[in-house]
Ligand binder design. Sequence first.
Ligand SMILES: [Fe+2]
Length: 230
Amino acid sequence: MSVIDFHSHILPGIDHGCADINECMAQLDIMSSNLTDIAVATPHFYPHIHKVNTFREAVDSSVLELRTKKQSTPRICVGAEVLLCEGLESMNEFSNLCISGTKCMLIELPTHALKNGHFDTIEYMLSNGYTVLLAHIDRYFKICPNDVDTLISMGALAQINADALFHHSSCKRIFKYLEQSECICALGSDLHGSKISSYKHFVKSSKVLKEYYQAIMSRAEVLLSDAEKF
Ligand SMILES: [Fe+2]
């Protein structure tokens, strides 16, 4: 089984999660020393601020810098944490926001109830062969739980943040999902910055998830089977 951290902000200079290559190397050291095999780099993409082509150019040059410095582990896949907006799918080069080598996109929901246009975008993606992976669904248990359930019933998959496993109410709800379906396919640290303590919940999550931990990692591995890794 590979340990996969499916949500992290580790690309130097792309978002507020990682200031520069030195901070990135410190983040990778934390991951490596905690036996994380694969990290998915998911810098924030905000459709009201970014254009896909310039975002990807910045990501590519960050990756180039990282490739020259990094050690063997963890291996890295490159994606984005894409904020859902109505009509997102009509942005130029939209598909370049997927995890490289896949049609899987990590989608962050807005912090309010969804509108019809948001559902239309997800419907478009699902019917055009994209895998929609909802970022940290635990964040929306209080904001728009019904919307999360609707998206999952449409065919979206879910990622959870390790931190949520250490809060009683969100942990309880995560277990409900785990018992009822296989929609939770990814676990993430959502690492920002390089404080060792920020990674402790990801490291301890196997103890909370027990047999579900391996199931989630196996599903994550399937999602990344065609992903480019370096
Ligand atoms: Fe994030």
